[in-house]
Design a protein around this ligand. Structure first.
Ligand SMILES: Cc1ncc(COP(=O)(O)O)c(C=O)c1O
Length: 480
C-alpha cells in the first residue's frame, strides 16, 4: 500500500460530533445492552479537537477490560493477600486456599479430566512455551517427535515449536481442504503434537476442533489448543472434545492481572525438567542434588501470582454462569452488524482465511482503500475516541498469505460491547471515505500520530500520548 501523505485541514474546536452518549429507549434486542458490566464502560477520552467522548473499545481481542465482578472479587480478597504455600498465618492460609481453589475452578471451566493438571503461567505465550518444554525428548535431548502446526497461527503458537523438531502445514483455501492436508501430513509422518488455534486472532474464524482432534489422535498425535481467542467466546470441554492441552490468558477473559494457564494431561509436565527452577518447585534440595516436586508446582517456581489466579478463576466462573448460548448470541449480533456495515462501504475490504468457515468469534479484520491501517487506527482514536488494533497481529505468515504484508485493521468485540460501539466504528470509517480526516497526521517512530496532538495521558500514566516506545517492532505495518 503506498504511503499516504495526508494534507488535511485541522478541524476547528467547535465541530459537533454525533452524540453517542444518549442511551436509546430500553429494549431487549440482542446487542443493545452490554452482556456483562465491565470496568471502564463509560470511560471518557479526549479527542484531538479538545472535546471528549465515551471510549468505544473495539480491541477486546488484544486485552479485554476487567469484568466488574472480577474487580469486586479482587477488592474482597486483597486484604487477605499474602504468600501462597509458604506461611502458617491466617492470611497466608486463605491465600493458599484461594490459589488452589482457582486451579479447580479453571479446571471446571475447560471441562478438564479428573487427572489433568492445571499450571498457572503468565499468559498463553508462557503456557505454550511451558508445553514446548514438556514435549518428551530422546536420549540426545531432542524432541522425540515433531510438533505440527498450521501457517495461520499466532507467533505464540509457532515460535515455541520452531525451537525443536517441527513441521508446518499450509492451510488450504477451505477448512475442508485444510483438514485433508493435515490428515495427509499426519499420515505421511507421525508427530508428537498438533498445535492448533481455536479461533484465528486475525479473522476470528473458528476451527473445527472435534474433527481436528479425531484426525490427530488417529495418527497418534496429541493436540494442544491455543485458546487465547476461543476461551473468551466459546465453551471449551477437554473431556468431551479429547483435546489434550489447552492454553489461554487471563487478560483476554476479562481478568487483567498477568495470569495464564496450561491445562491438560499430567504425564508430560510431570516428567519434564522444571520450567522455572526455584523456590516452591522442589521437594528437597541439597548442594549436590534436588528432588523436584510433581506438576503443577514443579513448573511454578517462585512466589505464585495469587491475585492473577483468583481473577482468572472468577472471570471463568462468570463466563460459565452465563445462560447457555447468551455469549454466542450477543457476539454474533455484534459481529454480523460490524461485518455487514463495513462490507457495505465501497473501499472497505474484509479479510478471511477460508471460504467455508461456519462461524467466527467477534473479530473482524479489514482494510480501507487509500489509507494505511495505522493511519486509520490513529484517525479513529484521535477524532472519534474509538480503539481498534492495526498491524500484523503477531501472525506474520498469515498476513502474508492474506496478501496484507502491510497489516490490516482489526475490530473486536466482547461482553461489554454494544451495537452502538459497532455503529460508531462504521460511521467513522464511512466518514473517512466520504470527507477524509479533519486533522493532519504524520509518522512518528513508525506510528501514524496526529500532528501536535493536544491529548495527554493522566499524570499517573507518566507519559505523553504516543511517545513511550512507539510501535512494537513486529507490529508496524512498514519497515522503520
Ligand atoms: C491466538 C493467540 N494465541 C496466543 C496469543 C498470546 O497471548 P498472550 O499475549 O496473552 O500470551 C494471542 C494474543 O493475542 C492470540 O491471539
Amino acid at each position: 500500500m503506498p504511503l499516504i501523505d495526508v494534507q488535511a485541514e485541522r478541524c476547528s474546536p467547535d465541530i459537533v460530533l454525533p452524540s453517542y452518549e444518549d442511551v436509546s429507549a430500553p429494549t431487549d434486542a440482542v446487542g443493545v445492552r452490554p452482556l456483562l458490566p465491565v470496568v471502564g464502560a463509560n470511560l471518557r477520552v479526549p479527542l484531538v479537537t479538545g472535546q471528549e467522548t465515551t471510549y468505544a473499545n473495539l480491541d477486546y481481542a488484544a486485552s479485554a477490560p476487567c469484568l466488574e465482578e472480577v474487580a469486586a472479587h479482587l477488592t474482597e480478597v486483597l486484604p487477605y493477600y499474602a504468600s501462597v504455600h509458604r506461611g502458617a498465618g491466617y492470611a497466608s492460609q486463605v491465600s493458599t486456599s484461594l490459589y488452589e481453589n482457582a486451579r479447580a475452578q479453571v479446571a471446571a471451566f475447560v471441562g478438564a479430566r479428573a487427572d489433568d493438571v492445571v499450571v498457572f503461567t503468565r499468559n498463553t505465550t508462557d503456557a505454550l512455551n511451558l508445553l514446548a518444554h514438556c514435549v518428551p525428548t530422546d536420549s540426545a535431548g531432542e524432541r522425540a517427535g515433531d510438533v505440527l502446526f498450521l501457517d495461520i497461527e499466532h507467533h505464540a503458537n509457532l515460535l515455541p515449536w520452531q525451537r525443536g523438531r517441527h513441521r508446518y502445514v499450509v492451510a488450504g483455501t477451505t477448512q475442508r481442504a485444510t483438514l485433508v492436508a493435515l490428515r495427509a501430513e499426519l499420515a505421511a509422518r507421525p508427530a508428537a503434537l498438533l498445535a492448533i488455534t481455536g479461533a484465528s486472532n486475525v479473522t476470528g474464524e473458528v476451527l473445527p476442533l472435534t474433527e481436528i482432534v479425531a484426525l490427530a489422535h488417529e495418527a497418534g498425535a496429541r493436540v494442544v489448543l491455543d485458546a487465547a481467542q476461543l476461551a473468551p467466546h466459546r465453551r471449551i470441554d477437554l473431556a468431551a472434545t479429547g483435546v489434550d492441552y489447552v492454553a489461554f490468558s487471563g487478560h483476554k477473559v476479562y481478568a487483567p492481572l498477568g495470569s495464564g494457564v496450561l491445562v491438560g494431561r499430567r504425564d508430560w509436565p510431570d516428567e519434564a525438567p522444571a520450567y522455572l527452577p526455584g523456590g516452591g518447585a522442589v521437594r528437597e534440595v541439597t548442594l549436590t542434588g534436588t528432588t523436584w516436586a510433581s506438576a503443577p508446582q514443579r513448573h511454578e517456581g517462585g512466589t505464585p501470582n495469587v491475585l492473577g489466579a483468583a481473577a482468572l478463576a472468577r472471570a471463568c466462573q462468570v463466563l460459565a454462569d452465563l445462560p447457555e448460548g447468551a455469549l454466542e448470541e450477543h457476539e454474533e449480533a455484534l459481529r454480523n452488524r460490524l461485518a455487514s456495515r463495513l462490507d457495505a462501504l465501497a473501499g472497505v475490504w474484509l479479510h478471511q482465511i477460508w471460504r467455508d468457515s461456519p462461524s467466527a468469534i467477534g473479530v473482524v479484520a479489514f482494510t480501507v482503500e487509500g489509507y494505511e491501517p495505522g493511519f486509520v487506527a490513529a484517525y479513529l482514536s484521535a477524532e472519534h475516541g474509538i480503539g481498534v488494533r492495526d498491524g500484523k497481529f503477531c501472525a506474520h505468515p498469515l498476513l502474508s498469505r492474506l496478501g496484507a504484508q502491510a497489516g490490516t485493521l482489526r475490530a473486536s468485540v466482547g461482553v461489554g460491547t454494544t451495537l452502538r460501539d459497532v455503529d460508531r466504528l462504521a460511521d467513522a470509517v464511512e466518514r473517512l471515505l466520504s470527507v477524509g480526516p479533519r486533522w493532519e497526521y504524520a509518522r512518528v517512530e513508525g506510528r501514524w500520530t496526529p500532528v501536535g496532538d493536544p491529548r495527554t495521558a493522566p499524570a499517573w500514566a507518566g507519559a505523553t500520548l504516543g511517545s513511550a516506545g512507539g510501535a512494537s517492532p513486529c507490529e508496524s505495518g512498514t519497515t522503520r
